[in-house]
Design a protein around this ligand. Structure first.
Ligand code: FEO
Length: 173
């Protein structure tokens, strides 16, 4: 049994994860259209990861006998000024998601829902990784500036990224 308060907060988080997926899918289209196929690949994978985050929460809520309620997904931006502008938007967004996860964690604690708190531990660590990755790419982009060859190298590197199922889905943990 899960409290209405925790259930509602998880449903809100599911919606936020789908919005993140939609944002990154939009960024992928932006880069596909602007000749940065490697960056587009990176965002295509990010899109899949965010859907996986939503699925982890969906599976969890179902496992607790809760009710998953899917809400409308708000529209997302479609244009960015540069590669750096896009990744700065990624970092700002991930910092916001971190705050949301922390808030959800506090709600679970205030409701004495330790199972939910335990499930959220994975998300807490994942957010550290998400922010670090965005920061690392931002640092690279600042170094690159308008050096075309360096941008080509980064685009090639990001083009090599492949999708790995997040562990809670891969191992059904
Ligand atoms: Fe689902 Fe990028 O956090």
């Amino acid at each position: 049994m899960i409290s209405n308060k925790v259930q509602e907060a998880i449903n809100n988080q599911i919606n936020a994860e789908f919005w993140s997926a939609y944002l990154y899918l939009s960024m992928a289209q932006f880069f596909h259209a602007n000749g940065r196929q490697g960056l587009a690949n990176w965002f295509d994978i990010q899109f899949k990861e965010e859907q996986a985050h939503a699925q982890i929460l969906i599976n969890y809520l179902n496992s607790r006998g809760g009710r998953v309620l899917l809400k409308a997904i708000d529209s997302v931006p479609t244009e960015w000024k540069s590669e750096l502008d896009a990744f700065e938007a990624v970092l700002a967004h991930e910092e916001k998601v971190t705050a949301m996860i922390n808030n959800l964690y506090s709600i679970a604690e205030s409701e004495h829902d330790y199972a939910t708190r335990g499930r959220l531990d994975w998300f807490v660590s994942e957010q550290v990784e998400e922010e670090e990755t965005a920061r690392t790419i931002i640092d690279r982009l600042k170094l690159i500036g308008d050096n075309g060859l360096a941008m080509y190298t980064l685009d090639t590197e990001l083009g090599a990224r492949t999708y790995t199922e997040p562990s809670p889905l891969a191992t059904n943990e």
